[in-house]
Design a protein around this ligand. Structure first.
Ligand code: ARG
Ligand code: ZN
Length: 881
């Protein structure tokens, strides 16, 4: 069944308030719901009330205390002939212990949790499960006190009392009306770290982070991140916490990262738990940004929510943008503007790897999709990351201060409502009437409705006679499934010009002095910009600085220009980008069959970066890391993944040898200063030092490998310990085996560390053609489980998605394995299975030997009789496009 944006109709009935009562029991939980229902103004008297329900048993249904007739359709209840206002009472039965989908009410580690976004609430009780029905929730939880001492729900705790028979009861009241997808409950044996904070408003708030008993020593960073998030949102957007109490709960069985339930955020343990012994610098960063993300949803998502799920990016794109800005501001406060650039590069790397490939494949969809079978399939890089870029472009077009004005107007207009992406863009434009956003709003909004990654073609010419430099920009947008003949979008192009000495040239445009860095706004298919007063003998354009738009820049940069930008550009993003382009060109030549050639100019440029004392170690590490295998694959018309792997590997080996002295010097000079701290500067030093270590391993010297093995044993933090382990595994060293065994013995009790251990092995290069056997062996490990999403991902995704060089095999064995696992997982957890299904999204690009086998595997899954609509949607789209 397909749901379409054009079919949207407002709800006929509102539920102003609801009293929910849960009698919690793993085998039979009774849910009693008493709703105050009212027909909305303008709805027909004959309008039916439609309630969604899935995998639950209806026990009773009463209208104003009386049993009434109703129609039961698949996953729906329909009530006709209703009074204008009435009380609706429904009782249902849930079986939480049988809920392996982890949507609705389920159990994890002996405790109860819920996940309702997008359509999980219907798995708890019958309800109009759509975000534009907003209600006041009053919740009573009852459970056995010994087994479930902690009972939590949204909002404020009203009372907590003991009941007969060893049971107890907690009553919670959420003062803010909300859609049901923001409902949550938690019941179990948990402990918490808590702290009261005084906000800028003067109000005090109780902050709590709930975890299992042994994990309290891993909650400090999450708590600190929450406190920083609260301060940042007040300071940057004037938005303060609107509840007396704010809770975060960690759960080890969770389908995604985290969930912004009002006042009761529920998180994957991966994004809460950290201490130096178990978490890496990347984990610390992930926690900071996800804690921020969920907290920021309180305003962008909860106070103002989505009218329907097609508007998902209204909250997700905006909130990703906000969490990116949060992390950038924190980094800049610690490490200055170059630290901000490091964060930007990391985000762009994710966008270009995950989103650009999505936009080029069978799942391509606009930021505001137009149809879906399973909405859970549209929690995508396009809705999240491209959506964030669309918001970022708005900020670029109206300026930081203008963006703040737009946000203020957005809250003034829509607080407490369920609205659309159009509403947001309109508020931004109305708050900035003179801006290019307001002037070109219709064209700008095509970013929401047109799928595909635009190509920005640029060409420039210098005319010494007229002392001008002319830049021509042209945009094209490829066809995507179901969409062709697209219209031009609004593309902000931040740029500058460099002279032959590397200095910035002044930008004179239309008789105006634009300084040394400006934003050109492309609004037509093609436009020309002429810069005056150019006296330089040669000009190198630095285009799309800071990656000012999510486009593919097609400009035929000669190597000399790239080397020039790498050495001199004032924009760190474009320095990094120049290095990426230089490296990419060399890897692509090797993929095409030429021998890998590393020319002296290129190597000297890299050396100069490594030796530059003014550059951040974190920036150097990014600059020296070549583009990933899937990004390389996207640059090719026909893909041979093992070949790409070999070419990239050849580059690493060559860089290891050519820059050996520099790697050694870095290793020696970047020795840790003091104990572990996850701060920006220390993390950057570790990252660069560990990159040096990995390259030195490529040289294969026994004594060095022995030293690295020693680090697996002795490192005082997980970042360094794991980097050492990974370096040994990556080169296939003999010592990898004992190192892995040691590591597993040491961390057997730490689930998140064991996830890393599984993932490292599943994603390791296929040194001997037996990698698939090793992956199967990992699945036989007593600690492996298909039920736990983190663990399943740590093996299956690490192999099928993160290890293209080993997964794609001419004999198709990798694909057969994939088909088998997609089906096994689908029977347990359709949402996770549908994610794994996407590993073959780009099958049409594969070289023929792989392509035929991949198609066969896709067909075998499509032919399976029992397939969830989640997985079926992905497979059908892949086969159709
Ligand atoms: N709203 C959550 C977040 O981004 C994610 C919910 C994902 N839900 C899903 N069914 N995939 O913070
Ligand atoms: Zn979100």
């Amino acid at each position: 069944r397909i749901t379409r944006l054009t079919d949207y109709t407002p709800p006929a009935y509102a539920i102003d308030s609801v009293h929910l009562r849960f009698d919690l029991d793993p085998a039979k939980t009774r849910v009693h719901s008493r709703m105050a229902v009212r027909r909305v103004a303008g709805a027909a008297e004959s309008a039916a009330l439609v309630l969604d329900g899935e995998d639950i048993t209806l026990l009773t249904l009463k209208v104003n205390g009386e049993f009434v007739a109703f129609r039961q359709e698949t996953d729906k209840l329909v009530l006709d002939k209703l009074p204008e206002a009435f009380t609706l009472e429904i009782e249902t039965l849930n079986v939480p212990q049988a809920n392996t989908q982890l949507a609705g009410l389920y159990m994890s580690g002996g405790a109860f949790f819920t996940q309702c976004e997008a359509e999980g609430f219907r798995r708890i009780t019958y309800w109009p499960d759509r975000p534009d029905v907003m209600s006041r929730f009053h919740v009573t939880l009852r459970a056995d006190k010994a087994a479930y001492p902690v009972l939590l729900s949204n909002g404020n705790l009203v009372s907590h009392t003991d009941l007969d028979g060893g049971r107890h009861e907690a009553v919670w009241d959420d003062p803010f009306p909300k859609p049901c997808y923001l409902f949550a409950l938690v019941a179990g044996n948990l402990v918490c770290r808590e702290q009261t904070v005084r906000a800028a408003s003067g109000k005090t708030h109780l902050l709590q982070v709930y975890v299992r008993a042994g994990d309290l020593d891993k909650t400090e960073h999450a708590m600190e991140s929450l406190i920083k998030s609260i301060a940042w949102d007040e300071q940057r957007f004037g938005l303060s916490l609107d509840l007396d109490r704010f809770m975060i709960v960690a759960v080890s069985d969770f389908n995604m990262g985290a969930m912004e339930n009002k006042g009761l955020n529920i998180f994957n343990t991966k994004y809460v738990l950290a201490n130096p012994a178990t978490a890496t610098d990347a984990d610390y960063d992930g926690i900071e940004s996800v804690v921020g993300h969920e907290y920021f949803h309180n305003w962008t998502g909860n106070r103002i929510t989505c009218r329907d799920w097609f508007q998902l990016s209204l909250k997700e794109g905006l909130t990703v943008f906000r969490d990116q800005e949060f992390s950038q501001d924190l980094a800049a406060a610690a490490g200055g503007e170059s630290a901000r650039a490091v964060k930007r590069i990391e985000d762009v790397r994710v966008l270009r790897t995950a989103q650009f490939s999505e936009d080029a494949g069978p799942m391509a969809h606009p930021v505001r999709p137009e149809q879906y079978q399973a909405i859970d399939n549209f929690y995508t890089a396009t809705v999240y990351e491209k959506g964030a870029e669309v918001v970022r472009m708005m900020q670029t077009l109206v300026g930081r201060a203008g963006f703040r004005k737009g946000m203020d107007l957005y809250f003034q207009r829509f607080d407490g409502q369920a609205v659309t992406c159009d509403d947001f863009a309109q508020a931004m434009a109305d708050a900035n009437p003179q801006s290019p956003l307001a002037q070109h709003l219709v064209a700008f909004k095509r970013w929401y409705s047109q799928a595909g990654t635009p190509h920005l073609h640029a060409s420039g010419s210098l005319d010494p006679a007229s002392r001008t430099y002319t830049l021509t920009l042209r945009q094209t947008l490829p066809d995507t499934p179901g969409q062709s003949d697209k219209q031009p979008q609004v593309i902000p192009v931040a740029m500058g010009l460099l002279g032959p000495d590397g200095a910035a040239l002044p930008l004179w445009l239309d008789g105006q002095d634009k300084g040394s860095d400006t934003v050109l706004v492309l609004t037509e298919t093609e436009q020309t910009f002429t810069f005056g007063n150019i006296d330089a003998a040669a000009v190198t354009p630095s285009l799309l600085r800071r990656f000012s738009a999510p486009v593919i820049l097609d400009y035929a940069y000669p190597d000399a220009d790239l080397l020039h930008l790498l050495a001199h550009d004032a924009d760190p993003f474009n320095r990094w980008e120049a290095a990426q382009r230089l490296t990419l060109a060399r890897v692509l030549a090797a993929v095409r069959g030429d021998e890998l050639q590393l020319d002296p100019a290129y190597l000297d440029a890299l050396r100069a970066v490594l030796r530059d004392p003014k550059l951040d170690p974190a920036f150097k590490e990014l600059l020296l890391t070549p583009p990933g295998e899937s990004y390389i694959a996207e640059q090719l018309d026909e893909v041979d993944p093992p070949r790409i792997h070999r070419a990239r590997q050849a580059l690493r080996t060559a860089l290891a040898h050519e820059l050996a002295d520099d790697w050694q010097a870095l290793w020696d000079s970047l020795t840790p200063q003091g104990g572990y701290s996850p701060d920006f500067a220390s993390a950057g030093r570790r990252a660069l030092r560990n990159l040096a270590q990995a390259h030195l391993c490529e040289l294969g010297q026994t004594s060095w490998l022995g030293r690295v093995y020693q680090r697996v044993k002795d490192a005082d933090n997980m970042t360094d310990r794991f980097a050492a382990l990974a370096a040994l595994v990556q080169v296939g060293a003999e010592l990898a085996k004992p190192a892995l065994e040691r590591f597993a013995a040491q961390f057997a009790g730490e689930a998140l560390v064991m996830d890393k251990w599984f993932a490292l092995q599943a994603s390791s290069p296929d040194h001997d053609g037996r990698q698939l056997d090793r992956v199967r062996a990992l699945m036989q490990h007593p600690a492996f489980s298909l039920q736990n999403p983190n663990r399943a991902r740590s093996v299956l995704f690490a192999y099928c998605q993160a290890n293209p060089g080993a997964f794609h095999r001419a004999d198709g064995a990798g694909y057969a394995f994939w088909a088998e696992q997609v089906q096994a997982l689908d029977a347990i957890n359709p949402q996770v299975a549908a994610r794994l299904a996407r590993a073959l999204d780009r099958w049409r690009k594969l070289a023929p030997v792989y392509r035929d086998a991949a198609q066969q595997a896709l067909r075998s899954v499509a032919d399976s009789a029992m397939l969830s609509s989640d997985t079926r949607e992905i497979i059908e789209r892949a086969l159709a496009n």
